[in-house]
Design a protein around this ligand. Structure first.
Ligand code: ZN
Length: 212
């Protein structure tokens, strides 16, 4: 599933979210709030939340997908609990039957193996949850990805841009709609990068005052 996600930087802290479904581009009226935690977020312990609008048909799948993270945590907890019996089982396996002791090497190997198995348990729990969720809400025609198709990913990096907001969208059409909904927050370069999103220029007849 290698999708090219479109990144949009907007100059502002609050945005109008277009009423278009981010995964199927259908007419949308179902508000779903969810977070984004990128690689950076795991370090800074930050999750960026935003409310997006999805269509009725895509809603159950997106809600199901946003709950997948919980299963990841649950898997990590189960894996952590499994670590102790795994260590005990391995240590009895690795003991020298004659002396009743394990060598340092055997202890290290045993710890590493227990750690790997524990991680395996966590991954398995997550994978089973993901598979069941995908089976329950299969990808429908028109849906580009399984799960959310747009994220708010915080401010652009490098301090200077703390007043900006960055979005990630799987459909460039949705990114273009976001720009169109917030024209005053986008620069010309961003507009040009997206097909069909030419920046609206103030046409003379839209001026409230002055000669025509
Ligand atoms: Zn949809």
């Amino acid at each position: 599933m290698a999708h090219q996600w479109t990144r949009v930087v907007l100059k502002g802290k609050a945005q109008v979210i277009p009423p278009i479904c981010p995964i199927c581009l259908g007419e949308a009226d179902q508000k779903i709030r969810y977070g984004y935690k990128g690689l950076e977020g795991w370090l800074t312990r930050t999750t960026y939340y935003q409310t997006f609008t999805y269509c009725q048909a895509c809603r159950p799948q997106v809600i199901s997908a946003t709950r997948l993270r919980r299963w990841g945590y649950f898997g990590a907890v189960v894996g952590g609990i499994a670590l102790i019996p795994l260590l005990l089982a391995l240590s009895s396996l690795l003991k020298d039957p004659a002396t009743g002791k394990a060598s340092d090497t055997a202890v290290n190997v045993g710890m590493a193996a227990a750690g790997l198995l524990s991680l395996g348990v966590a991954v398995l729990v997550y994978w089973v949850a993901r598979t069941l969720k995908r089976r329950r809400h299969p990808l429908r025609p028109g849906q580009v990805v399984w799960g959310p198709g747009a994220f708010y990913t915080g401010s652009a990096r490098m301090g200077l841009s703390s007043g900006t907001s960055v979005y990630k969208a799987v459909r460039p059409e949705w990114a273009a709609a976001l720009l169109k909904a917030n024209p005053e927050q986008a620069d010309a370069a961003t507009y040009q990068a997206l097909p069909g999103a030419a920046r609206p220029t103030a046409s003379p007849d839209s001026r409230p005052f002055g000669p025509a």
